[in-house]
Design a protein around this ligand. Sequence first.
Ligand code: PPS
Length: 576
Amino acid sequence: MANPPHGGVLKDLVVRDTPIQAQLLAETKSLPDIILTERQLCDLELIINGGFSPLEGFLNQADYQSVLDNMRLTNGALWPMPITLDVSKDQAEALKIQAGARVTLRDPRDDNPIAILTVSDLYPAKKQEEAAKVFGKDDRAHPAVAYLHDNVKELYVGGAVQAISRPRYYDYVELRYTPAELRLHFQKVAWRKVVAFQTRNPMHRAHRELTVRASRQRQANVLIHPVVGMTKPGDVDHYTRVRVYQSLMPRYPKGMAHLALLPLAMRMGGPREALWHAIIRKNFGVTHFIVGRDHAGPGKDSTGKDFYGPYDAQTLVTQFKDELGIEMVPFQQMTYLPASDEYQPVDEVAAGTQTLDISGTELRRRLRNGAPIPDWFSYESVVKTLRESYPPKAQQGFTVFITGLYNSGKDDLARALQVKLNEQGGRSVSLLLGETVRSELSSELGFTQEDRHKNIQRIAFVAAELTRAGAAVIAAPIAPFEASRKLAKETVQKTGGAGNFFLVHVSTPLQVAEQTDRKGIYAKARAGQIKGFTGVDDPYEDPTNADLTLDLSQMTIAEGVHATILTLESDGLLQV
Ligand code: PPS
């Protein structure tokens, strides 16, 4: 028998509203729409599938205040996290949101109607109070507090929802279980006691050992229940993590453990979040829940101190032990004992015993450098998956962005660099010369500042996509404006990841570029036949932040290429 849900009844609104689904769908045609944010969609999915039982919608003002003050709904049910639907004032006016109004809530990805909300009330978000009461302090270093101030609109809409359909997914569909489906699964495989493990990170040997220990202690089966909604910004993406979990599952004795994905939007709320996680797991039919060190911890505050103590979450969950209806399995951090080749919670390790650990930062460093990750820390299959998603520098893409005056030698440098990188091998090399881009991508653009900016952003877009795919990109436009170059760098760094962008300034003086211009373009510009020519009657802003400055009147192209190659090498990109 699976654990009864929080409040006694599983609020599976999809099942409840299936008989009137056609009617609701027809009604959506005449209703105003709210296109949900990613976080609102995660919340709504768990409202309509019963993961957030006993909620049947987004909190009204009285429940919101009660959750902030007492971690309870006004009916007394324990509920630590405000689940609110935020809208802007303009949106509320435009959609005529007022008590009694009905609004369609739509999936932002495909516009599908997920539910209809009947508005109970519209009230102001108390952002500072919410931050202080729910997350401990109004400090933007906390990701949920930053989200609250930067993303959450000023008004909350309360009200119950009627479900139309679940959000559609194409990824890992077979691993996504609703509470009802998971309960059925437990029944099918005859699991009476289930201990759930919550995670937003890749799992390694320590996590496997911890869950096996919890299972032994409580004689319960194991549910690996990772969050695939929103986690902490900067976390490993969920595709990689799910592949990691899948590769780890065969490490459990057959039939002992099961993997199911949870579309939760985490808040990193430490103790309150742990309580919330436990309630959610209870709704999924789970009987035991692991709370480890620094559960759902957001890291350091703006003064460099941890937001929460490492075991605050355990303390809070213990406080509500009797009414919670799901048993916490507390754990201290696991550590490796090389002498006995086993993992133990740190509090159980005898004084003087040698232990080994690899921190998250150290793991990222080893992935970046392709350094070994020992067997005692992780499994080969897990490391392989991580290395595919986080290739070492030597396999990452990069962009060399060469800027300089017309006929400064930048094109010759770019071509020679292409040859050298082709000789090196290992990457596909793409050359984006100014003239190629102008004819293939930007043929309708002229040479106003605005058009030049557009041209550079198109180059940046292409370079970023190629860099992300692991290519070596050499771009060589004039790119006379600092602001355009800065944005290009940001685009490549954001999309291409890893920050592999190098700005090379070919600083050959105008006079030399002009003297050696065999095509006579400068002469035409001087004669007024070409207007707004860079260096003649249009500015070139010298870069202030170039990674390399090469005056090709003072060195050969070959020397310039060597210098560029050495820069790439020093960054670890060319290591063999
Ligand atoms: S920019 O500023 O980065 O968008 O310029 P870019 O795309 O590199 O284009 C340079 C080529 O366009 C020719 N051309 C001009 N350059 C600068 N200013 C003006 N007004 C201008 N008009 C035309 C210039 O000769 C370069 O041609 P290629 O074919 O590359 O030699």
